[in-house]
Design a protein around this ligand. Sequence first.
Ligand SMILES: Nc1ncnc2c1ncn2[C@@H]1O[C@H](COP(=O)(O)OP(=O)(O)OP(=O)(O)O)[C@@H](O)[C@H]1O
Ligand SMILES: [Mg+2]
Length: 202
Amino acid sequence: MSKLVFYNSKGGVGKSTLSMCIALETGFPVATNDLASQSTGILPEEKFKILAKEAPFPEIPSDLDIIYDLAGHNDDRIIPVLREADFVVIPIINDRKEIFGSLKTIETILEFTNNIVFIANKLEGNSGIDFDSIKKIISTRYNFPVFPLKKSTIFDQSEIEKKSISYVYNKALEKKMPYCKAFEKVVFQMKEIINYLLYNKK
Ligand SMILES: Nc1ncnc2c1ncn2[C@@H]1O[C@H](COP(=O)(O)OP(=O)(O)OP(=O)(O)O)[C@@H](O)[C@H]1O
Ligand SMILES: [Mg+2]
């Protein structure tokens, strides 16, 4: 059973997008403390829960898989969730200032977890810092894995269709769409991430 947490006190890094992506791929439910979450309506109602303000987070039975999409605003309720997580996944984006901001996030959670994984998200061929440079910034400070993930419209398409990115990719392939190759790369990167999160528990 897997408890995966997406966390970064920085906004707009992909916590919700990646939570939804993995939920659509695996069937895991998602819980969030983000009252303004834009992820409503993508998963079936019973698979998506917005946790009420200040109400305690529900106990999750140990035999249940779950993904938490956690906003980092002053919310002490997330501490037990961080402690229990198999992995705390921290998406970061390819902007130097943003990365250093995100690394401050790590300092605030290291006392609760060491099971941290970074995703260098929204990578682009021609703008922002490249993956190797991002990895270097992180690896001089921490020994946690860093996975690359390209910027792609497949995530939007998947949320609009309420289908996994594998499904969206296969459909594009069937229709011989010109962007198949680009989708293929992202689907592969996401598979690597999911395999790691599900099968490398400490
Ligand atoms: N790999 C990606 N490719 C393309 N767009 C992406 C990717 N990851 C995230 N995005 C886009 O970036 C924007 C921010 O992503 P998202 O809402 O998931 O971030 P967040 O960390 O949940 O932000 P917040 O803290 O505001 O909840 C969204 O428009 C989303 O579609
Ligand atoms: Mg979000």
